[in-house]
Design a protein around this ligand. Structure first.
Ligand code: SF4
Length: 373
């Protein structure tokens, strides 16, 4: 029995696959994905985006491969990437084979869209030969005509049927190393489709609310859609789709997982909205602090609270806490306990130093424990 059962999320049991060195499904951590928006043949620009995304916490990055020039560039991208690369293929089975040969860790492809059974066999063979997994990507906006005619409009049943039809083609080819996504820009439709798909199969699910919009609305829609599915234990890997830089998608994806306690990475700042009682500029401080702490990957919590109304209470639950006090004298808490006062000093500089020291200490302890094992 857990200490706080109201926080428990019981994950759906999915089979586990591999995307390069990242495990997806089963008891593997829920991975965060994004996609580059550079021209794939521009290897330098694409790699810069892949690296930035990886630095922000992306576990896997997808790259579009619409033409031969792109799959030709893929080899160098895979080689220079710190994370596994998924090749995004639509229709052209030859691009899929080229991408597998170039070292893609996964092919995002719908086997029902690539033509004859022979072509499917060739793609599956290339995937098997090169240790590639696949993702079937169903999208409400591009459902097969036959399904649309039969169901009248994109609906959860049609999406699940489409996904299972594609899956059957791979199963018939004795290929089971794949995950499935069932995306829609409508949150209700996406959530209903994923719920139904989660019931209908045990393949790992890649979650996404597609074409969710710009940074703010897209974040909100993704948080509602992905959040409710993840909370129900559904989902093995996530991609937040935003009309914004890939790094933003990664940050939002991670923060959704962090908010649900499903992943821990970097500093989580707990801060108050501020009001007339604040003893320092809370909003500005948090804005600068989050930026200055973005390089820290060690999981840690920091509370930044404007006054004693909520400061001590929040600090009790965090690794490092600050409560604003009068006369520019603030209280610092370490591991929930009052530790020292900060008078007439720069709050951000001080907190950054404390967090960096704590992160170094945690990492050193972790390394020592691993060495002892
Ligand atoms: S903690 Fe203090 S400063 Fe912050 S919102 Fe509450 S009362 Fe206002």
């Amino acid at each position: 029995m857990s200490v706080r059962p109201y926080r428990d999320i019981i994950r759906r049991k999915s089979r586990q696959i591999r995307v390069g060195n990242v495990l997806v499904g089963g008891d593997a951590p829920i991975s965060v994905q994004t996609m580059t928006n550079t021209l794939t043949p521009d290897v330098e620009a694409t790699l810069a985006q892949v690296r930035a995304a990886a630095e922000a916490g992306a576990d896997i990055v997808r790259v579009s491969c619409p033409d031969e020039e792109s799959t030709a560039a893929l080899k160098a991208i895979v080689k220079g990437s710190p994370v596994p690369i998924v090749a995004d293929i639509h229709f052209h089975y030859k691009r899929a084979i080229e991408a597998a040969e170039a070292g893609a860790a996964c092919l995002r492809i719908n086997p029902g869209n690539i033509g004859s059974a022979e072509r499917v066999r060739e793609v599956v063979k290339a995937a098997k030969d090169h240790g590639c997994s696949m993702r079937i990507g169903v999208n409400a906006g591009s459902l097969e005509r036959e399904l649309l005619e039969r169901y009248g409009e994109p609906c959860p049943e049609a999406m699940v049927e489409s996904a299972l039809n594609h899956a059957k083609i791979l199963e018939d080819n004795d290929f089971f190393e794949f995950k499935i996504s069932c995306k829609a820009s409508d949150v209700f439709l996406a959530v209903a489709a994923y719920n139904a798909l989660a019931e209908a199969c045990d393949y790992p699910l890649h979650l996404g609310v597609t074409e969710a919009g710009g940074l703010r609305m897209g974040t909100i829609k993704s948080s509602i859609g992905l959040g409710s599915l993840l909370w129900a234990g559904i989902g093995d890997t996530v991609r937040v789709s935003l009309s914004a830089e890939p790094v933003e998608e990664v940050k939002v994806g991670y923060d959704i997982l962090k908010a649900l306690g499903l992943r821990r990475r970097g500093v989580t700042v707990i801060s108050c909205p501020s009001c007339a009682r604040q003893n320092f500029q809370v909003i500005k401080t948090v804005e600068v602090l989050e930026e200055r702490l973005s390089h820290i990957t060690t999981p840690m919590t920091v509370s930044v609270i404007g006054c004693v109304v909520n400061g001590p209470g929040e600090a009790r639950e965090t690794d490092i806490g600050l409560t604003g006090g009068g006369n520019n004298t603030h209280q610092i808490y370490i591991a929930g306990q009052p530790d020292h006062r900060l008078k007439d000093k720069d709050i951000v500089d001080h907190l950054v130093r404390l967090v960096e020291q704590k992160a170094a200490q945690i990492e050193a302890e972790k390394a020592a424990a691993e060495a002892a094992e």
